[in-house]
Design a binder for this molecule. Structure first.
Ligand SMILES: *[C@@H]1O[C@H](CO)[C@@H](O)[C@H](O)[C@H]1NC(C)=O
Length: 342
């Protein structure tokens, strides 16, 4: 997170909870003392990190992710994102890989499952793809504030035809297409999570927003499939599913789901003193996708022999994804299933 950005968001009265990853321009390298900062501090060191449990619940019941497609969403883009969500706990994965080669997306989720609440309940092993809703006509407009995202969720759960169910393990994932502008998108955030207010939605529901950055800032939100100009001499990598914006979103979706599960009501697992600006389990590992990762370096990745695309996890249907690591509370550093030292 940018400190400068945070100050301005405070002035606007906005809580930038769970700001997703963006690459760090050299000038923004401060903040490490507060546990927020350049990611290469964290892969092998816990010196700056004071992740704490604040007594609230984690998502211990089976999780059902309900995507809300806002704006224009071609079918192949939806297929990639659905495949990622289905890969988090594919049927049969309890006993092994569910036929999916290692390292798998389900093995990536195992780090998130290490988080427990005061009843000793772990984050759920089960993450299912639930019902979906589309708002192709963008009924709330092409320019959304943070609060508008709650209205989009409200529209989906109160729709007259096929409303999304309000279930106990439900998580609502608002995905906006490239033409949609969201408060602070690109400048400060690639995604965020929070919970809805009963006064807006009628319920307290964990939700997240992730935007497709393809038109506005792929070099910020879809790194390393697009490269910012201040990173000299690097070529963009090939996205494993052939779509810069969507392959970039996959890692941000993973980031937000990991944080939703471990800090759904902003009172469970985070570092830092201020619950309005928490540093959560995925914030700590932004930009780290493999062993040695940090700064502009992704860490050791695998390469898809057909396309040449880098990836670090396998999913259903032979899919490959590049997903950032998350903080491991037992090891006290960032980890993922493609780590070389496990
Ligand atoms: C639940 O969390 C605890 C504490 O991190 C961990 O030791 C245990 O292995 C976790 N259980 C599962 C099934 O992941």
């Amino acid at each position: 997170m940018h400190r400068l950005g945070l100050c301005c968001l405070v002035l606007l009265g906005l809580a930038p909870l769970a700001v997703a990853w963006r690459p760090w321009p050299p000038s923004s390298a401060g903040g490490a003392a507060a546990g927020i900062g350049v990611s290469n501090k964290f892969e092998g060191s816990s010196e700056f990190v004071k992740l704490q449990y604040h007594m609230g619940p984690v998502l211990a019941a089976d999780i059902t992710v309900h995507p809300i497609w806002y704006g224009r969403w071609p079918a192949d883009q939806k297929r990639t994102i659905r495949a990622f969500i289905r890969s988090l706990s594919p049927s049969g994965s309890e006993g092994g890989g569910g036929g999916i080669p290692s390292p798998s997306v389900a093995a990536w989720w195992r780090t998130v499952r290490l988080y427990t609440d005061q009843t000793s309940a772990n984050v759920s092993a089960v993450v299912k793809l639930g019902q979906e809703k589309s708002d192709a006509r963008m009924s709330r407009g092409a320019k959304l504030s943070r609060l508008d995202i709650q209205s989009v969720v409200r529209d989906a759960v109160t729709a007259r035809t096929r409303p999304l169910p309000v279930d106990s393990g439900g998580v609502y994932l608002v995905l906006t297409s490239p033409e949609v502008v969201v408060d602070n998108f690109c400048g400060q955030v690639c995604g965020f999570h929070y919970f809805t207010f009963p006064s807006v939605v009628g319920y307290t529901l964990p939700y997240a927003w992730v935007g497709n950055s393809a038109q506005r800032c792929p070099e910020v939100c879809a790194y390393p499939f697009a490269i910012p100009s201040y990173v000299a001499g690097r070529k963009p990598e090939t996205p494993p599913n052939g779509d810069v914006g969507v392959d970039g979103m996959v890692s941000v979706i993973a980031h937000e789901l990991a944080e939703l599960a471990s800090n759904p009501l902003a009172n469970a697992w985070y570092a830092g003193e201020d619950p309005s600006f928490p540093t959560e389990i995925a914030d700590l590992c932004e930009g780290i996708y493999g062993t040695g990762g940090g700064g502009a370096y992704t860490g050791q990745l695998l390469t898809d022999r057909r396309s040449g695309a880098p990836y670090n996890v396998n999913g259903v249907g032979g899919r490959k994804f590049l997903v950032q690591w998350v903080w491991n509370p037992i090891l006290s550093y960032c980890s993922g299933p493609n780590a070389l030292d496990q």
